[in-house]
Design a protein around this ligand. Structure first.
Ligand SMILES: Nc1nc2c(ncn2[C@@H]2O[C@H](COP(=O)(O)OP(=O)(O)OP(=O)(O)O)[C@@H](O)[C@H]2O)c(=O)[nH]1
Ligand SMILES: [Zn+2]
Length: 334
């Protein structure tokens, strides 16, 4: 699945790109929105030479990112929030972080948690190396704080460090980019595409289809045979931006926390809780505290929804079942 626009899907097949629609059972069955195909999904489809193909099944996912869809709901009302899957079946999660003045290791760590929960393999990319007086300092800072995760410093403008990334962009591998707005996701993608633009054009001339326009694509096929998923949903995944927003706008509330007797105080019934004392003596308004709790709850909920631990055994069992059925039916029946 390489693109999704409302109810129409674009699928890359052996016969090239085809447009497809969903089989009725998706709408009438017990399928939830999370079961609907998403960019990155592998699907079984009934190929139609002369019109829309029909998507019959979405194959089990080996990794995914989701976001909570609050559309139509008042904030704070979380019971019916829908899970919206924004990207699936990626191998690597590139956590992009800029080496400019905004550099922050704890933010990288929080993205790392998110990446690990997705089922993808995290790789830390420090962007805009040209803006750091000495990028080796933050680089070793990250390497020491986060052992066991590869870290690369790059500059998309000069292509510095891009060669180091070749081992990820192998045929069949899919990469997603995670990072705050402005960190350089588009610039990296452009740099990766530009390196090979000539090749893309040459291929297209052979089958005389003209130039491949990639401007509105959601899954980019790089000539190396690897893929980059860049959906609008991926960009909205800045959940930790929300987390940081919470921190900055409630500094007056959080200022009380270090004064609690216990460092793990939950500010509910604990003795020596500075928050409860502050509310009792009026230094902190109850309303303000409840506002903080409401927002905090919301954020926690969103993070839980994003959690997705992949049960690899269940997946390979299902795949084995599929291929067994395929063989039994002469490779035809779905
Ligand atoms: N100096 C320097 N600037 C860079 C580099 N990469 C990106 N930038 C600049 O950073 C700004 C943001 O880059 P984008 O690639 O648009 O960032 P993005 O992560 O795609 O941003 P969103 O689309 O908002 O998510 C642009 O002005 C880029 O020119 C780099 O390696 N060095
Ligand atoms: Zn407390």
């Amino acid at each position: 699945m390489i693109e999704l626009r409302r109810e129409r899907f674009t699928v890359m097949t052996e016969c090239g790109e085809v447009t497809a629609v969903l089989k009725g059972t998706f709408y009438h069955g017990a399928a939830t929105r999370a079961d609907f195909p998403c960019v990155g999904d592998f699907v079984l489809l009934y190929y139609n030479e002369s019109g829309d193909s029909l998507i019959a099944t979405v194959l089990p996912r080996r990794s995914k990112f989701s976001r909570a869809d609050h559309s139509g709901h008042a904030t704070g009302y979380t019971k019916t929030v829908l899970e919206q899957v924004v990207a699936t079946n990626f191998d690597y999660v590139f956590i992009l972080s800029s080496l400019n003045g905004d550099f922050n290791v704890s933010r990288i760590m929080r993205y790392l948690t998110q990446a690990r929960q997705s089922g993808g393999q995290p790789v830390i990319i420090l962007t805009k190396a040209d803006l750091a007086p000495d990028y080796t300092l933050p680089l070793s800072d990250v390497t020491q704080s986060i052992p066991g995760v590869p870290v690369h410093a790059i500059c998309s403008h000069t292509a510095m460090g891009l060669n180091e990334l070749n081992s990820y962009f192998m045929p069949g591998k899919t990469i997603v980019f995670l990072g705050m707005s402005g960190v350089g996701k588009s610039s990296l993608l452009n740099a990766l595409m530009e390196q090979n633009v000539m090749k893309v054009q040459a291929i297209r001339e052979v089958d005389s289809r003209g130039r491949h326009t990639t401007t509105h694509r959601q899954l980019f096929m790089l000539p190396s045979g690897s893929m980059v998923i860049d959906t609008p949903g991926m960009r909205e995944l800045g959940l930790f931006d929300a987390d940081e927003g919470l921190r900055t706008s409630f500094t007056d509330v959080e200022a009380w926390f270090p004064q609690c007797r216990f460092t793990d105080c939950r500010h509910q019934t604990e003795p020596g809780c500075a928050v409860l004392t502050a509310i009792a003596d009026g230094s902190l308004s109850r309303e303000r505290w409840e506002h903080y709790l409401a927002q905090h709850h919301e954020n926690r909920y969103v993070q839980d929804k994003t959690s997705y631990l992949i049960n690899k055994r269940a997946r390979s069992k299902m795949l084995a079942m599929y291929s067994k059925n395929m063989k039994k039916n002469g490779g035809k029946k779905i």
